[in-house]
Design a protein around this ligand. Sequence first.
Ligand code: UT7
Length: 329
Amino acid sequence: MNEQRGVKILGWGQALPERVLTNQDLERMVETSDEWIVSRTGIRERRIAAAETAASDLAVVAAREALQRAEVAPAQIDLIIVATVTPDMAFPATACLVQSALAAGRAAAFDLEAGCSGFLYALATAREFIAGGTYDHVLVVGVDLLSKITDWQDRNTCVLFGDGAGAVVLGPAAPGQGILSTYLGCDGAGGELLCLPAGGSRQPLTPENLAAGRQYIHMNGPEVFKFAVRIMGEAAVKALERAGLELQDVTYLVPHQANLRIIDAAARRLKLPPERVLVNLDRYGNMSSASIPVALAEAADAGRFHPGDILVLVGFGAGLTWGAAAVRW
Ligand code: UT7
């Protein structure tokens, strides 16, 4: 069998809505306080998309930036994967809308749904297509507009989420370069802990379901928290093991941005000091599939990564799902 090709990140991009919603704004909407939100989550503000903005709008902006940085033309993209739980509509897939907007005529396109782990699931999938030689250039987008499925009267959830998109363009590299390993997992028995009950075939959008608010995110925060604290460290270590790396090889942790206390626990497990952990949830809240690629793009734009740096990307989300990847920059 031929040796598999390496797969690396050729370009990155991000898109964030302009409107900022601060904790002080939320104090005027629900029974909460800046002090509670900051101390329990680390979040200070988040971005909220305009009423007319949909997932594909932000995805296209992030994708264009990533393509430009990669110096890859839309016509060279072989496949587009959009990870999202907030597609423009149930079908067609948001990836198809992105393909059309980019005029990426030869690209196949599909959406992938793995909750907040979506970007890592998409990255792992894209990597296989390139490593095996099926495709050369894959565009991976993580985009979520959780504000659109949030109950703005539920203080348990509405203080947590924000909107955004992040994208990467992947292409072939020498073996041992770029994405060194991936690790994905799922515990479907935990599905009810974090879900959007209505709008699918189980509970269609009937007047009764709408009246009961089942079209919004439902979450058992403390149970998801316990799972996340355990799985983030475990998944990161698994990805490192698969890459043949040790804890001391890690330059940066790029975690899903759900709660600073969850990120801190993962950092402790990896024995990493705060300056080696990328955090942006103070400014953006939890952007689901967009959290990791936006953190990655921001740090790359700021020149924080150097050739040879080892990044560990790790996330968790609805499903329950989790994923991690070790990347040599
Ligand atoms: O991408 C995956 C998405 N989800 C997550 O990552 C969520 C993971 N879970 C968490 O981050 C945390 O569980 C939360 C931040 C959601 C909640 O923090 P917690 O420390 O687990 O608090 P809690 O749910 O146990 O609630 C403690 C108290 C409760 O009051 P009582 O029952 O003790 O009187 C809540 O009603 O805090 C109350 N509370 C709030 N108070 C002020 C809950 N939300 C708020 C709020 N403002 N926004």
